[in-house]
Design a protein around this ligand. Structure first.
Ligand code: 26Q
Length: 821
């Protein structure tokens, strides 16, 4: 991995910078590790400033199309390790720390995770930024600088506790406040139509409450290419004019209180990974991001020489990360109509040639709807625009399907009813030139289900872009042992071109590779065991199989299936059925949305089961279980390299893609999984012999639904009935009677949408196959090698190349230069 750096005869620029930071920029007499971290991070940022500036300049001067990625979430995790890797500064950083007698790894741990996201969607945005910079694409990320990120999770008596994540407390060395990019975002007020002297009709949005959007820029370094993109995060502040107005009325206290109101907007990330609908503050966040970012894009464009607003679409694509920023459709129209005086037709042409929408969920309850009433108050001009968009759209539908009034009602952007709602997904589809799902099955289910009417109207709008993850963070950085082995066996080029890993397939009989591969995995398991020991006080033995499920807690992800299986294994050991038993350590991790009661009960059950498992000496040789508190990006960087078996067991048809599945695969874990999301594509790449597939398919789930009889299924499985009886007996909650009744009832419910009972036996069998396979170390290691070898398709570089070629149609600087010469 490491390219040899010349011996440092004198101190390097980084070293000098660190010394300077410590001497002149910190006001500390005692140097603690946090201070050293801050100094090193600031110094690394200093090293990239020149490249950052030149990337900005070249992005402006080249005639390439620019892309904006709009997302309410960017789950960046820590930045220091990633920056050192991408800038190739590891050796210099180590040298710079030598005088302070502290290990780089220790210093890196000082960095607070930037948890500005919930899970998959937010982390995907972060992986995409890394790939865009590595591919040298002119892409800017736009998001919100939440004062408080994802809550930190702890347990009290096995119940989840949430604590605010004050991630900016020590300051954020990576950001730069850039006040010259400030814009004003308007809310509330009313719309006054007018006709000017030339007879043009227009709309004045007046009496608004204004909020200042302040830009904080974060550098996104590409992998060793001198290309540094920008993530621009907006913070809300009170405007001067506002303070002044209140002040002049003599109400100083009012002015300060209003300031709080403005600053509330970017105060905290909503911790739901499925929508909690109708919260006014959430809509304010969405509009704040959309308006600030679109204004910034228009300002940037119009500041260029010879810029013509009518050519905006030729120079920009804007990718909407789910419907969260989809009010952008109406806001871009408003800006073009009201601020730039274009006609409706011109504005609509530009809007629908610029915006593209990515959908991340099939769950109907996660589809965003906003009450018309709320829009009427907060965004009155936008409501008018949406009505107009809808009227014109429905006219088109009526032309295509004359007389089909049911279809009109189905497809309308406005859902009628006692409380009319705006269907944000429909607004996004109508206002975009591209709509994509995030895995093949997901896109297929979208076009044949949720969005089928729209697909019939505009089949060419729809496309698939299977997710990916960045091999920098998720292999090179988090798994240095495996990275070094790959450097030796594949050559260093894999970091930029992950498809090169396929050469490993020719080496699966190489005894030397097999033994080294195994050694690497065992060492990584020892690291993971250390983490589990420190955080959970549970001892994991690397000689046992490490079976891991980490992700947000949701019923559709079926952590419960996993827990039931652990209980089954526990019963096997209690009953002495331990012949051919593969010892295993089961690790769970993940946060529940604070308002999601069932998810919280599942966590409690897992903790109680873990307690019983770990406190029974008879289990020790066979079974251990831990629930890792506060699972986050940094935890995953230790977890995925040390995992043997990756649990991807959602009810088929429910997990849009999954991305954890890809991180595990890349690091040589085998998957036990359902035919769902990107699991299907993983299976395609690696083959059935190297994947533990089980369970009903999406179509079978749907067919079974009307006849689903869980109680019959339970009766016919001795394993499952044994497990449920043990739970019902109160074995795991002797002092808290009844606390798991809801869980047991849900499994027994004929309307259980997640159909646990339908897949339990198949899951148990697949677990038996996995356990048996694990006992043949050589064969298991060969399967592990084949998983890593086949993971190239899941590099986010490959995914982003497709976004670039098929949606954005932009080009990298190099391709342009080549074409021009
Ligand atoms: C909506 C409204 C109000 C508050 C919160 C939300 C909200 C926030 C986050 C709704 C959904 C999310 C996140 C969804 C998400 O992470 N989806 C996952 O996206 C991944 C990347 O495409 C996929 O791999 C996962 O399958 C999908 O579940």
């Amino acid at each position: 991995m490491k390219t040899p750096t010349p011996l440092l005869s004198e101190s390097s620029p980084l070293q000098q910078s660190v010394e300077r930071q410590i001497r002149y920029c910190l006001s500390r007499d005692q140097l603690d590790q946090q201070a050293i971290y801050q100094s090193l991070a600031l110094s690394v940022k200093e090293q990239l400033m020149d490249d950052w500036r030149s990337t900005r300049t070249s992005n402006m001067s080249f005639k390439q199309k620019r892309v904006a990625y709009l997302s309410l979430e960017f789950l960046m995790g820590r930045s220091l390790g990633n920056a050192l890797l991408n800038l190739n500064l590891d050796a210099e950083a180590n040298a710079a720390l030598r005088p302070y007698a502290v290990a780089l790894e220790q210093v890196q741990q000082q960095e607070h995770d930037a948890g500005l996201g919930n899970g998959g969607l937010g982390r995907l945005a972060a992986c995409f930024l890394d790939s865009c910079a590595t591919l040298e694409l002119p892409v800017v990320g736009y998001g919100i600088r939440y004062e408080y990120g994802m809550f930190s999770q702890s347990f009290m008596d096995g119940y989840q506790q949430e604590k605010p994540d004050n991630w900016l407390q020590e300051g954020n060395p990576w950001e730069i406040k850039t006040p010259h990019h400030d814009v004003v975002v308007k809310f509330f007020g009313e719309v006054k139509p007018f006709t000017d002297q030339q007879g043009h009709c227009g709309h004045n949005w007046v009496g608004t409450e204004n909020v200042r959007a302040v830009a904080y820029d974060v550098p996104i370094p590409g992998y060793r290419n001198g290309h540094i993109n920008t993530l621009r995060l907006w913070r809300s502040e009170a405007t001067d004019e506002f303070n002044l107005a209140s002040f002049n009325q003599g109400s100083y206290i009012d002015a300060v209180a209003r300031k709080n109101l403005a600053e509330q907007i970017t105060m905290v990330l909503y911790p739901n990974d499925a929508s909690e609908n109708g919260k006014e503050l959430r809509l304010r966040q969405q509009y704040f991001l959309s308006s600030a970012s679109l204004q910034d894009l228009l300002n940037g464009y119009l500041s260029r020489d010879n810029a013509d607003i009518r050519q905006f679409a030729a120079h920009h694509s804007i990718q909407l990360n789910d419907t969260h920023p989809s009010v952008s459709v109406a806001e871009l129209m408003r800006l073009l109509l009201d601020e730039h005086q274009l006609s409706w037709e011109q504005a609509w042409q530009i809007t629908t040639a610029t915006l593209a929408y990515t959908n991340h969920t099939l769950l109907p309850e996660a589809l965003e709807r906003w009450p018309v009433r709320l829009f009427a108050q907060m965004l009155p001009r936008h409501l008018q625009i949406i009505y107009e968009i809808n009227a014109r759209f429905l006219e088109l539908v009526a032309q295509r399907w004359p007389g089909d009034t049911q279809r009109l009602a189905r497809m309308s952007i406005i859902e009628e009813g006692p409380e009319p709602q705006i269907r944000m997904a429909y607004l996004a589809i109508v206002g975009s030139f591209s709509v994509n799902g995030v895995a093949a099955l997901h896109t297929q289910l979208l076009t044949s289900g949720l969005f089928q009417d729209f697909y019939a109207l505009w089949p060419d709008k729809f496309n698939n872009k299977t997710n990916g993850v960045t091999p920098r963070r998720w292999l090179a950085d988090c798994n240095p042992r495996l990275a070094a082995l790959l450097d030796q066996r594949v050559g260093e080029g894999w970091v930029r071109d992950l498809s090169r890993l396929t050469v490993l397939n020719a080496l699966t009989e190489d005894a030397d590779l097999i033994s080294h591969w195994h050694e690497v995995k065992q060492a990584n398991k020892a690291d993971l065991a250390q983490l589990v020991q420190a955080r959970c006080q549970v001892t994991f033995d690397p000689a046992m199989m490490f079976d891991v499920q980490v992700k947000r807690i949701h019923e559709y992800k079926r952590q419960l299936l996993n827990i039931l299986h652990v209980i089954h294994l526990y019963q096997q050991v209690l009953q002495g059925n331990v012949d051919n038993f593969t010892p295993r350590c089961v690790l769970l991790g993940g946060k529940a949305a604070p308002g999601y009661g069932m998810a919280k009960q599942i966590i409690k059950l897992a903790n109680n089961v873990a307690y019983m498992v770990n406190h029974n000496p008879a289990m020790q040789p066979y079974l251990r279980m831990a629930y890792l508190p506060d699972y986050n990006v940094s935890a995953m960087e230790v977890i995925c390299p040390g995992t043997d078996l990756s649990e991807q067991i959602s009810t088929a048809g429910k997990e849009a893609s999954g991305t954890g599945n890809m991180k595990f695969m890349m690091n040589g874990a085998l998957t036990i999984g359902t035919f769902d999301g990107a699991n299907i594509e993983i299976l395609e790449e690696v083959g059935e012999d190297n994947f533990f597939l089980f369970g009903l398919r999406a179509a079978e789930i749907e067919q079974l639904k009307p006849h689903y009889d869980p109680q019959q299924l339970i009766r016919s499985s001795t394993a499952l009935s044994g497990v449920l009886q043990l739970i019902e007996s109160g074995h795991f909650n002797l002092h808290e009677p009844g606390i798991f009744n809801d869980i047991v009832a849900a499994i027994n419910d004929a309307n259980d949408p997640w159909m646990l009972a339908a897949d339990f036996e198949a899951y148990r069998q697949a677990q038996l196959r996995a356990a048996q396979a694990y006992r043949d170390t050589k064969h298991w290691t060969q399967m592990s090698i084949r998983n890593t070898a086949a993971s190239g398709r899941f590099s986010s570089d490959a995914t982003i190349s497709r976004y670039q070629q098929e949606i954005w149609k932009t080009q990298s600087r190099h391709t342009l230069v080549k074409q021009e010469s």
